[in-house]
Design a protein around this ligand. Structure first.
Ligand SMILES: [Zn+2]
Length: 79
């Protein structure tokens, strides 16, 4: 099971928090700048990616915790 397949992360503008969109079929690399369609500021790809990745990790962590709690809800207690 690859849990990360169920998650997509959105890159957000560092200045106005709008979702960033890249040009179709354009590969982004470290050091690239993504221009925000909302405020026009240029975002460093690596910075926004790192932030999005952290948020993605949090999402996956929460999901895993929920799944764990669910699978433990049927646990019988023996006393
Ligand atoms: Zn912006």
């Amino acid at each position: 099971m690859n849990i990360t397949e169920n998650f997509t992360i959105t890159l957000s503008c560092l200045f106005c928090d709008a979702a960033l969109t890249k040009e179709e079929n354009k590969e982004l690399h470290s050091g690239d700048l993504i221009k925000c369609q909302n405020c026009g500021e240029e975002n460093d790809y690596e910075s926004v990616y790192e932030i999005a990745k952290e948020q993605g990790i949090e999402q996956v962590k929460n999901e895993v915790m929920n799944e764990l709690k669910k699978s433990f809800s049927g646990l019988k207690v023996k006393i």
